[in-house]
Structure formats: C-alpha cells, structure tokens
Design a binder for this molecule. Structure first.
Ligand code: G6P
Length: 365
C-alpha cells in the first residue's frame, strides 16, 4: 500500500500531484496541425448538425465537471444544454429524443444512477456520449460515443485527477464539435490548452508553501463558504464538496451574486470564505460581493489570476493561478482548493483516502 503511494502520505495527495501527467496524457495525440482531432469519438458532422439539445448527466464531482461543460457548449457552440444529477434526471421523465445528445460523465463508468439515466435516454431514442476513465466499464460499453480520460487509476474516494481530466475532455470535445459544425473557435483556447499541463504543475509548486496560511482561518470552524460567479461558481461547488468529503467541515458553495438573498445572513466575524474571482468579464461584480462579505467580518481567501494586484486590498489571503483565458481557469483554480481540503483534513486527523460513509463508486441506488 505505502509502495503504491510512491512516497506520498495519501493516495489523494499523490493523485493531486499526478494531475499534470494525467492532463498531458489526456491531451496526447488529440491535436493535428493545430486543430483538435478525436477520431476515437466516432461522431460525424451530419449527426451532430441534427442535434438540437445536449443533456449532461452525472453524479458528484463528475456533475461538477458537467457544469463547466454546459458553459463551454453554450458559450462556444450556442447549443442549448441541460444538466442534471443522474438520480434526478432518471425520475423526472426528461425531454429527451433522437435529436438530443446525452453526455454522461463518470470516472468509474459504473455509477448506478448514471447508468440507468443513460439506458433510459437510449430507450427514448437519444445517443449517448460517455466521458469516462474506465474503458471496460458498463457505461463505456453501452454508449454510442466515448471520450476516454487518461487519468490512470484513482484510488482516493475524493476525486481530483479524474475531475481535471474530465474538464480537459470537455474542452477538447467542444473545440472538436465546433470544428465539425464549421464554427470559428478561439485560437487562444487551442494555445492555452496545450499549456495547461505545465501550468498545473506551476500551480502545485506555487500553492505548496501557502497551505499553512490558507488553512489557518479554518481552525475552530465547522462552517465555511465558497463563492464565485460563472466558471468560478462551478469550481466553488467542487471546492466545497472536497472540503465536506474529507475534512467534514460544512462548506456551502454559493453563486456570489445570490449571497444577498440568504447566505449573507450567516456571515459572521472571521468565518472562512473562499472567493474564486478569475473571470475577467464579471470580475468587478465578484469583487463587490467579496466586499459585502468583508463588511460583515468574513475572512476571505481569494483565488485570482496572476497580474491581479488590486485584490489584496479587499481580502485577507490571495492565491494566484497563472494567467489563462477565462474559459480555461477551472482546470487550474480547482488545484489550490484540492490542496486546501487535503491539508485541512490531515490537520484534523481525518481518514483522507477513505472518508466515513462514502464509497469510491456507488454501484447501487
Ligand atoms: C462517488 C465518489 C465521487 C464521484 C461520484 C461519481 O460519490 O465518491 O468522487 O464523483 O461517486 O462517480 P463516477 O464514477 O460516476 O464519476
């Protein structure tokens, strides 16, 4: 067991550190003369042109990856996207037909609700694209199309490298679909994606020394908040799930603009609030929400892009990620949140790799 951890104290930490390699492996051979090429996906442009809606279905962390996927498809392809938690989707008689492309996301490829949601969709005539880390799984075998994330085996219950490689999958699929549909895709995304593995490594190195400082505000607290807008909100949801799963601190993720409709009432002196503010087009809006939290005494740890010098005036701690196009930030901004949760769980003496009550793969309903 300890040999497989290759010197790391836990599988989770090892898997966090494997992300640059997992991302590199998932990217490998996916570019051909500066365009994305996904021949294994086996999807043709005639079929895709007939698709009038995408439905993304998943559970847990995979569902959080789907939130980013929805944003990408809608922003870049202008195709309407629904996203559902699999256990909701399968019992609400969703509007799915042969013109719907259903995308299921599942690290294990065996999650019972996701598998059932997929089979129901196929009965209604939809085709299914599986984004999975397990080629031999039921979901992989039964889907019409497949994108294989090459994260390698993920042992820790709390998912890390599966999530970032699922995000990589969504970027590649979006660009590929854009090409198939004859849409102009932003060049900066192609260039930025190739840089991601190196930048992920940079985030790991940069955040390492900050961990004591950014976990200290959680001392003595059993409640915390994660806020952000758009892409930053989706990452906040994943960050809060990580903290809940392994440190058992209650963490509520809230869309920053929605704070004043309820959650602001819970902000008290020094309560820890992680604010993700990497989205340039809505940056000022997020900062004004951060100021609302600060005015009520919250202790704010911000995640921003490099070059943001102003934020330090408005918050207590700053974590910086390398500058990339706003659409690409989730794959980097989640890494400090994974490390924060890990460090906090270790500080609290929790069973990091096997948190209480949770299973790696939920194969029964
Ligand atoms: C469990 C795991 C999570 C995972 C979820 C979905 O809850 O603990 O880490 O995100 O299942 O699993 P899947 O294998 O379908 O991605």
């Amino acid at each position: 067991d300890s040999a497989e951890k290759e010197g790391f104290d836990h599988f989770m930490l090892k898997e966090i550190y494997e992300q640059p390699t997992a991302l590199r492996n998932t990217l490998k051979d996916k570019f051909e003369s500066d365009k994305v090429n996904l021949p294994d996906l086996n999807i043709d442009s005639e079929y895709l042109k007939g698709v009038n809606k995408i439905a993304i279905v998943a559970c847990g962390t995979a569902w959080h990856a789907g939130l980013v996927g929805k944003h990408l498809f809608e922003t870049l392809l202008r195709i309407p996207v629904e996203i559902d938690i699999a256990s909701e989707f399968r019992y609400r008689n969703p509007l799915v037909d042969e013109k719907t492309l259903v995308i299921v996301v599942s690290q294990s490829g065996e999650t019972a609700d996701t598998l059932a949601a997929m089979r129901d969709s196929q009965k209604k005539g939809a085709k299914v694209l599986a984004v999975t880390n397990n080629k031999g799984s039921s979901i992989a075998r039964e889907s019409e199309f497949i994108f294989h994330t090459i994260a390698g085996p993920e042992i820790a219950v709390a998912s890390t490298k599966a999530y970032t490689t699922q995000l990589m999958g969504f970027y590649l699929i979006t660009l590929y679909f854009g090409q198939l549909l004859g849409k102009e895709m932003p060049k900066e995304l192609y260039d930025g994606l190739k840089e991601i593995p190196v930048l992920a490594d940079k985030v790991l190195q940069n955040t390492k020394d900050q961990l004591d400082k950014i976990t200290a505000p959680f001392d003595g607290w059993d409640n915390s908040f994660f806020i952000g807008r758009g892409m930053d909100w989706y990452v906040s949801q994943e960050g809060s799930l990580k903290l809940k799963e392994i440190s058992y601190i209650h963490a509520e993720a809230y869309a920053a603009g929605e704070l004043k409709h309820g959650t602001l009432a819970l902000i008290e002196q020094d309560i820890p609030v992680v604010a993700v503010a990497t989205q340039q087009d809505i940056y000022d809006k997020t900062v004004s929400n951060i100021k609302e939290v600060k005015a009520r005494g919250g202790y704010v740890i911000a995640v921003v892009q490099e070059g943001d010098e102003d934020i330090s005036h408005s918050v207590d701690e700053v974590i910086k990620i390398p500058k990339v196009p706003s659409l690409l930030t989730p794959i980097l901004s989640v890494i400090p949140l994974q490390l924060l949760s890990y460090k906090e769980a270790v500080k609290r003496g929790q069973d990091v790799d096997k948190p209480r009550n949770l299973a790696k793969s939920v194969t029964v309903e």
